[in-house]
Design a protein. Structure first.
Lengths: 286, 286
DNA sequence: GACATTCTCTGACCTTAGTCAGACAACTGG
DNA sequence: CCAGTTGTCTGACTAAGGTCAGAGAATGTC
């Protein structure tokens, strides 16, 4: 289906959704407390959370978050403690009252879902659930956030570790990453604060950039994330002044090779001495 | 599928949706103007609108709507004229500048849809579109609003007209509504200001209420709306002090009969002299 | 050990989004 | 033609939901 034909349905749905469920959501969850505070309370969760993490996840201004948390502490719903591992940070935990309030939110959220699902027949329910499940996956995939990171940042390290582990799993004789090599500019794709794809560009010479460490999370394969990351890295290489990109890969990584070919990469001769590489590609950047 | 099993998916989707698309929506549409004003502008549409209708559709406070419209007129985007048919009412029409702004919103909305759809492969797009289409229908069905109305109100008249027209179409010898009879309490189900289902309860005696003029819009059959209206009318009858409800119907209305049986109605003897009736039902109200 | 950075918090400030009561004009039913 | 209703508008008010600059402590880096 063409992009244009898809957007109609999407827009119609968006309208239906914001009008109906959005309104319901507010009337259900925002009782007694403003909606934002309720959502924050819910997001803290029964196990508590780091303030830092909350700020990232909810994308809030730090001053604003402090104030929201103030309201929750004033109401006796949460306690703030300094993080034992890092004295600058705080962690939030729910008090007993907070736990009760959290469960009440949980109940309301469940009740909201019920009012929506109950009028439907079992068959319709099945259809709705299947539809929403699909939509959820695809919407998540489409709204993943790509961000440049230094390869030494925790998120990048995590992604790299996943990448190496996968190579080790898939190569017949395993994989040894050797000395850590942090040359290049790296990009991580995150969803809910978890790395789901990764990759980087290392300059080989003025013209040429090399695409490195392309990785996509298992659960996210087939969601178009790989091609998206690849396009993103090509843009990055272009911005870095390169006019072509190259990459190497191993013959066992069939999906990757297929993707490179789909994306307009052409086979070339060996250009490096990477012992694990079995195929080399290049693509000119227009 | 059970209600409980369904709510998980729904809640997860709701979370994904409000977090991602909700946020995108704001950043896309709310540029320059607050989101509410933008939405209002969009809702007015290229053909203009009655203020009264806008208030109904968007469920806004009249004072608030006046003020929102003020901002749009101040910005030179819309003009307000008195309705020629009724001097109390106003109609809003877009100015040339308003039309331009409207188209820009349209473009942005389209662009938002694109950013969501574009990262997907054509196959995934198909899946997303199908899923959202289904979800849209079912969410609409589940969030229809039921409201008591005097049977003389325009909305009720419309629904009654649809009902009579359908009987006339389906009965072999047509249907003649005869003298208008407005006895009873009526309920209309509306979606986006259009009646989609209708029905009423007329007291026969202290114990007994009669369910009358049950009608569901063609496009909405099979969405559980009929059973929902029926349940609603039973509740209404209960509130009116009745302990049982009865109804009559015609043999050609097979779906209706099946629905009554599913809902616990039992066949009884003829209890009235309605020449069109061929089957009579009753149900005790617990 | 100095310097830059990170994290939380505070004060000052602002817009958005709404509610409520009442004024006033236009219409409707008897 | 009069009493009640409907539709719009105004004034007065409130809560929600932020933004921005900077202070001050804790930590990392050289």
């Amino acid at each position: 289906m063409s992009v244009a034909a898809s957007t109609d349905t999407l827009r119609r749905f968006n309208r239906t959704y914001t009008q109906r469920i959005g309104a319901l959501d507010e009337s259900f969850l925002g009782t007694g407390r403003p909606l934002g505070v309720s959502r924050l309370l819910f997001e803290i969760g029964l196990d508590g959370s780091g303030v830092r993490e909350l700020r990232e996840r909810l994308d809030l201004d730090s001053g604003y978050l402090t104030r929201l948390l103030r309201r929750l502490t004033d109401d006796g719903l949460v306690d703030l403690h300094p993080d034992p591992a890092d004295g600058r940070r705080r962690v939030v935990v729910l008090t007993d009252a907070g736990r009760t309030a959290w469960r009440e939110l949980e109940d309301r959220s469940e009740a909201l879902a019920r009012t929506l699902v109950e009028p439907l027949t079992p068959r319709q329910r099945d259809r709705l659930v299947a539809a929403l499940h699909t939509a959820d996956l695809l919407v998540r995939a489409a709204t993943v956030r790509l961000r440049e990171v230094p390869p030494t940042e925790p998120m990048a390290r995590q992604a790299t570790a996943h990448y190496f582990a996968e190579l080790d799993r898939r190569f017949p004789d395993g994989f040894d990453p050797g000395e850590p090599d942090h040359a290049g500019t790296f990009v991580v794709a995150t969803s809910d604060g978890v790395p789901v794809a990764y990759g980087g560009v290392r300059p080989i010479d003025d013209e040429t950039g090399e695409i490195k460490r392309m990785w996509v999370h298992d659960d996210w394969r087939g969601a178009g994330l790989g091609s998206r990351m690849l396009r993103h890295l090509e843009d990055l290489a272009r911005r870095l002044g390169h006019t072509r990109v190259v990459l190497d890969t191993n013959g066992t990584l069939l999906e990757a090779i297929a993707m490179y070919e789909r994306a307009g990469y052409a086979h070339i001769e060996r250009y490096n001495d990477n012992p694990y590489a079995e195929a080399w590609f290049e693509k000119p950047l227009s």
